[in-house]
Design a protein around this ligand. Structure first.
Ligand code: GLA
Length: 744
């Protein structure tokens, strides 16, 4: 454990003062108090670490909840002697292991040096520390000694000499508990981790709903809510990225829980690769939820002395409904996960060249775009795909990270200078993990791609994936990328990844069960080096839009392109789903042209801007195609966004309607001090003789007054929350409104 602590950050020994993590020697309990929640565990008489409770804040020892009975066909550990009422199959646990008589899904499976499967970890010691633990090579929530605490519990398997240090991080002020683990092989031979998940939550009773977020390319994070039932419900990704298909997050909510009331839990995985989330009601109607690395194609070797760090899961609980649950996650990710210069400040309003001109541009046309952008008061031009090698379309040149000066009509440096001369920043697109077969890099290093031996590789978007589990590949691409970055004042990078991994194989190792995870470690290493070397650069994550929209990426890039779908109507749904787990400050969102390039739908410019304002805001169109009146409108949108930006970025976000079920899609930003409120509404359908719809605001302090700034009308806060505001003057397809209130 000492060795582990040396490598963690932010930690100092606890020497005095009040701690929120309390160990009771008498009851052998660890109690983790946050402002509104309590998480409690207990070392039982045999040294197992039992989970006693997670929920609303409470005092006292919760072991009175445990009941023991002779359960047929549920095994008993040898230590229990003739006591047939003690079974791991029925007890709530922190670290359920395969082979202990617990037949529910385990968090850990180990193949031992002698080929046997099984492990049995018992409590050895613990430490309570100020500050939040870090995890070598992996993204993690951070916090200093004033905001965070850490509990390390050392568990040991005395037969194999494998140790697990369970890590609990606490942000008491935000009701956040994080979980990770370090698994160290101190035994005599090589072992394999066959499953290693950081978070297990066992509920003794209760009927819960599972809310998860499924989707597809250009339609990410749809919301599904289903009752937890017998039989496991499993979500996950086997794509090597967190994926468009399932977001690495689970919400468990009581049946009655709504946006505004009721108990609910979130589990969010701080990782960007394959994952697995499982929820199952067991034979005794107890529920177990697990979230972490997938065990499929995972078999991670640990030689004697080696340590494996299990990626972290963020947990939060509230008894105040889903809005509050989201607020907890939003604050945690915005303030304790995102890093860097742009973490908590305005991002430049950008014009992206992709939907403006795709691959069809020259230095002159880019300069013309930049002039238009400057004329409209935007702040940055982003040169998207197509500027490197012979990348004339998406079939070639990935991996050739050198500038196509012929296409640009000069050097990148001179183009950037000209654009900077217009008062604009400059940003660029990269896809470093990918390679085209039609590229110089592939000719030089065909062995650097992922492909199964003796077989042709699987193509997707006609491209292959570089083996980022190999340090020499990562080093080479890093060098190439730096050479590009050093050619001029590049202030933003869009980091893309446009396919899923499939036939994953590395020539570097005999242990293929490590490759998916090592790929992620290689990627994280690259990203860490990049942001360290260019600390003023704004990194935006992207994977065909929102295919890697996860907390892991947020540790490196404070914003992520939310979806390749820029249609305002689809976007309100995608952004609605995204908002459950992620703060608006992280949501890349742009106004694009109509008819929309993904759906063909025509929505008003005003509606597109209101939708994009629930994000980082920018444009993705050729301004030359706009009329003078539209240009004037764009200038106004930019003025409006600048005015509202601090509120949008850091206000409390409320979902006012569910756009999957209700006609108006509506959301609210409320300043934390309640001094101002911005409400946005998009009408999803129009019908004849429409009934009046009323929109009720949320979260306002009672007994005070607000003035709507456009109409001047004054409302009591209770009227806004109780009676709402009528939406009666909508007309035309997809009308949108904004109401901006100030407290008086
Ligand atoms: C992905 C991104 C788009 C664009 C293209 C370029 O699809 O999500 O925004 O950058 O790649 O090829």
């Amino acid at each position: 454990m000492a060795e582990f602590a040396k490598r963690t950050f932010y930690l100092t020994y606890y020497i005095g003062g009040t701690m929120s993590i309390i160990y009771s020697e008498k009851e052998k309990t660890f109690t983790l108090h946050t402002e509104n929640t309590t998480y409690q565990m207990q070392v039982d008489k045999y040294g197992f670490l039992l989970h006693l409770y997670y929920g609303r804040r409470t005092e006292g020892c919760m072991d009175y909840l445990l009941r023991y009975a002779d359960r047929g066909f549920s095994g008993n550990p040898y230590d229990a002697g003739a006591d047939r009422t003690y079974s791991m199959d029925a007890l709530p646990q922190e670290l359920p292991c395969q082979g202990t008589g617990d037949y529910r899904s385990p968090a850990v499976i180990i193949k031992n040096a002698d080929g046997s499967y099984g492990c049995d970890f018992r409590y050895k010691s613990h430490r309570i520390l100020k500050g939040k633990y870090g995890i070598p090579g992996l993204p993690a929530v951070y916090g200093d000694g004033d905001t965070a605490e850490t509990l390390e519990i050392l568990m040991e398997d005395s037969v194999t000499d494998i140790q697990v240090t369970l890590l609990y991080g606490l942000l008491p002020g935000l009701d956040i508990v994080t979980r990770s683990a370090a698994i160290q092989n101190l035994g005599s031979g090589k072992i394999y981790l066959e499953k290693a998940q950081a978070a297990c939550l066992d509920w003794l009773s209760g009927d819960l709903d599972l809310i998860s977020f499924y989707g597809r390319h250009t339609m990410e994070r749809n919301v599904q809510r289903i009752p937890v039932s017998h039989g496991a419900h499993v979500i996950g990704s086997r794509r090597g990225t967190s994926s468009h298909q399932y977001n690495p997050m689970l919400i468990l909510a009581e049946h009655e829980t709504t946006e505004d009331a009721g108990g609910c839990y979130a589990l969010s995985f701080v990782y960007s690769g394959s994952f697995k989330g499982e929820v199952e009601k067991d034979q005794y109607n107890q529920t177990r939820a697990l979230l972490g690395l997938t065990d499929e194609l995972f078999s991670y070797p640990l030689e004697r002395g080696e340590t494996f760090y299990v990626p972290e899961v963020v947990l939060t609980y509230t008894n105040q409904g889903l809005s509050r649950l989201s607020h907890n996650l939003h604050k945690c990710f915005r303030l304790h996960l995102c890093r860097g210069k742009y973490k908590d400040c305005p991002r430049p309003i950008l014009l992206n060249s992709w939907e403006a001109s795709y691959f069809d541009f020259s230095g002159d046309s880019l300069y013309a775009l930049a002039k238009e952008a400057a004329d409209l008061n935007m702040e940055m031009l982003v040169l998207d795909d197509g500027w490197f090698g012979h990348r004339s379309d998406d079939n070639r040149a990935l991996g050739d990270w050198f500038v196509n000066e012929e296409k640009l009509g000069g050097s990148l440096g001179s183009l950037i200078q000209k654009i900077n001369g217009l008062g604009l920043k400059f940003g660029i697109w990269l896809e470093p993990e990918s390679i085209s077969e039609d590229s110089r890099l592939y000719k030089e290093h065909p062995d650097w791609v992922m492909a199964l031996p003796g077989r042709n590789p699987v193509r997707a978007r006609n491209q292959l994936v570089l083996d980022f589990s190999r340090p020499e590949v990562v080093d080479y691409i890093f060098e190439q990328v730096c050479k590009v970055m050093d050619q001029g004042n590049i202030e933003y990078v869009k980091w893309d990844m446009n396919r899923s991994l499939s036939d994953c194989y590395s020539r570097n190792t005999k242990d293929q069960g490590r490759v998916f995870h090592d790929y992620m470690l290689g990627l994280y290493d690259f990203l860490e080096r990049l942001i360290k070397r260019y600390p003023d650069m704004l990194l935006e994550g992207c994977s065909g839009g929102g295919g890697r929209f996860d907390p892991g990426m947020l540790y490196y890039s404070p914003q992520i392109w939310c979806s390749d779908n820029t249609d305002a109507l689809d976007r309100v749904r995608i952004q609605y789903g995204t908002s459950f787990g992620y703060p608006v400050s992280t949501v890349g969102s742009h106004v694009s042209a109509v008819p929309n390039h993904q759906t063909g739908r025509i929505t008003p410019l005003h509606t597109r801007s209101i939708t994009a304002m629930a994000g980082t805001f920018g444009y993705e169109l050729n301004p030359e195609t706009l009329t003078e009146a539209e240009k004037e409108e764009v200038r106004k949108q930019i003025r409006d966004f600048r005015k509202y930006e601090p509120l949008i970025r850091s206000g409390l976000y409320y979902r006012l309607t569910d756009p999957f079920r209700e006609l108006p899609a509506a959301w609210e930003f409320l300043a934390e001090d309640a001094s101002e409120v911005l409400v946005s509404v998009v009408m999803q359908e129009m019908h004849g003789n429409m009934p009046v719809m009323y929109l009720r605001l949320k979260g306002l302090p009672e007994g005070c007054f607000y003035q709507e700034q456009q109409s001047g009308q004054i409302f009591a806060s209770d009227a806004l929350m109780g009676g709402g505001i009528p939406l009666s003057d909508q007309f035309g397809d997809y009308a949108a409104f904004q109401f901006y209130f100030k407290k008086i």
